[in-house]
Design a protein around this ligand. Structure first.
Ligand code: AMP
Length: 279
């Protein structure tokens, strides 16, 4: 695996060594890699000639400075894992490489995605995601951008950003990888102590309960049950919501046929976890 810290050096390499016809699968990450990230790399290796991963903890997408400070950094371990998985190129930029002129001033029209669910509870988060992804895509110009369903709303945002910058890059959404007890893998899980880690799968259990019990008609009772289940267990709940898979518009009364997704975001102490399940 070749590691680049400079965008210009990476671009030179891509121009010289990746023959025009070879395809590139790109997996942007914030590091502290786990099996979820590795599943995206494996998928890329199946569909693309070369697999490129980036590790960059993007300050502009953290609406909470404390969350940014506490975000786990495991670069050496990450490099080992990437080598083992057969990643071809790692881009490990510092902040000046990604934001040479400071945080970009432009703002992306993300429509309602910016005001609902994650957009509502994490103001400016998706503008930050947009900035970093636009800059990375413009440096790398990959054939495929691989992302995890775990961050479902982010996937819809990525699709919009790709359209916005008129990129030919195709978004590939990969399934959520879970621990044996159902907890969605996340770098933030590293911050959970033993007791919190034991509690964390309740988010998945709650989503599964809703998935089992959802039926056509009003969904209010089911959503309230989800919030109550988590609150009783000691979570501070941002939302438990059922929404359309295409645009994440809230569904209050379900016709039983439109595809919906059940989403939750909740805190254990100051650690915020998210998850979702398609019904
Ligand atoms: P992050 O490092 O958290 O920014 O995530 C980088 C990419 O990995 C994003 O596309 C995430 O959606 C994806 N990802 C994170 N956790 C998982 C998981 N448990 N399963 C599948 N993909 C994941």
């Amino acid at each position: 695996m070749i590691i680049f810290k400079k965008a210009t050096a990476l671009q030179d390499y891509l121009q010289k060594h990746i023959i025009t016809k070879s395809s590139i699968g790109f997996i942007p990450t914030m590091g502290a890699l786990h099996r979820g990230h590795i599943s995206l790399l494996k998928k890329s290796k199946q569909i693309a000639d070369k697999t490129l991963c980036s590790i960059f903890v993007n300050p502009s997408q953290f609406n909470n400075p404390d969350d940014f400070k506490k975000y786990p950094v495991k670069t050496e371990q990450d490099i080992f894992l990437l080598e083992k998985t057969g990643c071809d190129v790692l881009f490990l930029p510092d902040i000046k490489e990604i934001y040479p002129h400071g945080f970009n001033k432009e703002s992306f029209n993300l429509g309602n995605l910016e005001n609902i669910l994650e957009g509502k509870f994490r103001p400016d988060h998706f503008q930050g995601v947009g900035m970093v992804v636009k800059n990375l895509i413009e440096i790398i110009n990959p054939t495929y951008l691989l992302a995890g369903q775990k961050d479902y709303q982010q996937c819809l945002v990525l699709q919009r950003i790709l359209q916005f910058i008129n990129s030919g890059t195709e978004l590939i959404i990969c399934p959520t990888v879970r621990e044996n007890d159902g907890l969605a893998m996340s770098s933030r899980n590293l911050r959970l102590n033993e007791k919190q880690r034991a509690l964390a799968p309740e988010i998945y259990h709650t989503l599964s309960y809703i998935k089992q019990h959802i039926k056509p008609g009003s969904l209010k009772h089911l959503k309230d049950t989800g919030i109550n289940l988590l609150t009783k267990k000691g979570f501070r709940v941002d939302y438990v919501e059922i929404a359309g898979t295409m645009d994440l518009q809230t569904v209050d009364v379900w016709d039983g046929s439109d595809p919906v997704i059940i989403l939750a975001a909740a805190y254990i102490n100051d650690i915020r976890l998210i998850d979702n399940l398609k019904s």
